[in-house]
Design a protein around this ligand. Structure first.
Ligand SMILES: Nc1ncnc2c1ncn2[C@@H]1O[C@H](COP(=O)(O)OP(=O)(O)OP(=O)(O)O)[C@@H](O)[C@H]1O
Length: 243
């Protein structure tokens, strides 16, 4: 498989504080890679830097063969690199239907019929959204907002989804549902995923590969099953109270 995303020697900081230091990571086409680590390890900052939302970053970020470090977040999104940030960032006053429409705003008009089909499919998958199409997004429960954020991103036809804590605040049942949907993305839609997830064991169970981040650096990486079995995982992440 060819590398869809290549992160090389990535450094990111907040003013003088360096939080990502020489990060290396690749995601191949159609692959799920879990990025795990204790609180404050730099996972969200990495995703935001890749999406073009954290600009105090240097190094190499190549997507689909192009260097995108200097590109705006919008250009990266149009190229198929899409972030679902922690906390969902929906347009709270707009309805569920309007949020979905905005998700597809980058699609060409010629794909209108395809978008409509994908939208119907997603609403079938998430009946709670279907029932709430006319309601403002802010009035949805946390779980429904998470589903909406994911559905909206999927309607943008991403090649790579960057997911930051997609199960945050969800019940165990919804957590399982959302993770099952994520697991199906490569197979059913040809979408690759870089996943930051608090439920480390569940994330590794659906991932092909995993990288463990500690203080802004990858300290362990490999096949997800090997990382899951590694005593290092316990020491680096699970020991710190992460599930
Ligand atoms: N806006 C900010 N200004 C200053 N420091 C920040 C800011 N956002 C994050 N940080 C710091 O950067 C470091 C990395 O944060 P980041 O959110 O990337 O970590 P994380 O691995 O995603 O952790 P978490 O699971 O807690 O979100 C932390 O020490 C955090 O306190």
């Amino acid at each position: 498989m060819s590398a869809l995303l290549q992160i090389g020697d990535l450094h990111a900081r907040y003013g003088p504080v360096q939080v990502v230091t020489g990060m290396e990571l690749e995601v191949a086409d159609g692959e799920i890679v879990a990025l795990v680590g204790a609180n404050g390890a730099g996972k969200s900052t990495t995703l935001r830097a890749v999406a073009g939302l954290h600009r105090e970053a240097s190094g190499t970020i190549r997507f689909a063969g192009r260097d995108v470090l200097g590109a705006s977040a919008e250009r990266r999104a149009r190229a198929g690199l899409r972030l679902v940030p922690e906390g969902r960032r929906l347009f709270g006053r707009l309805t569920v239907a309007e949020n979905l429409t905005l998700g597809a705003a980058t699609r060409p008009r010629a794909q209108r019929a395809e978008v409509a089909r994908e939208r119907a499919e997603l609403l079938e998958r998430f009946p709670a959204l279907d029932a709430a199409l006319g309601k403002p997004a802010a009035t949805l429960s946390g779980g429904q907002q998470q589903q909406l954020a994911l559905a909206r991103a999927l309607l943008g036809a991403p090649r790579l989804l960057l997911l930051d804590e997609p199960t945050l605040g969800l019940s165990p049942r919804l957590t399982d549902e959302v993770l099952a949907l994520i697991a199906s993305l490569p197979r059913e839609r040809g979408i690759a995923v870089l996943l930051v997830e608090q439920h480390v064991r569940l994330a590794l169970a659906i991932a092909d590969r995993a990288a463990v981040l500690r203080r802004g650096r990858v300290v362990l990486a490999g096949a997800a099953a090997d990382v899951l079995a590694s005593p290092e995982l316990e020491a680096q992440v699970l020991g710190e109270g992460v599930r």
